[in-house]
Design a protein around this ligand. Sequence first.
Ligand SMILES: [Zn+2]
Length: 82
Amino acid sequence: MENVKNPLNDEPFTFCGFEPYQKLNGEWTELKLWQSKCKTCDKPFTVKTPISVFKFEDSKSFMVINCLEHRKKKSAYGNFKK
Ligand SMILES: [Zn+2]
């Protein structure tokens, strides 16, 4: 599987495996796991997408450049500014 490059910061999302996922209707499927690097602290983080996703444009899950921790701080700051 090819890496997905994040046009927001040029970091690649590297495909790193599947995770079982149960849909609302009870059916089981799999999610793809992709790993990238936090822009703020360089720590790796993963995002999950449906298995039909092959490129950046396929999923909004790729619209992140920070790990979970730094995403939270950023949005908290954003709220504060409003
Ligand atoms: Zn971080």
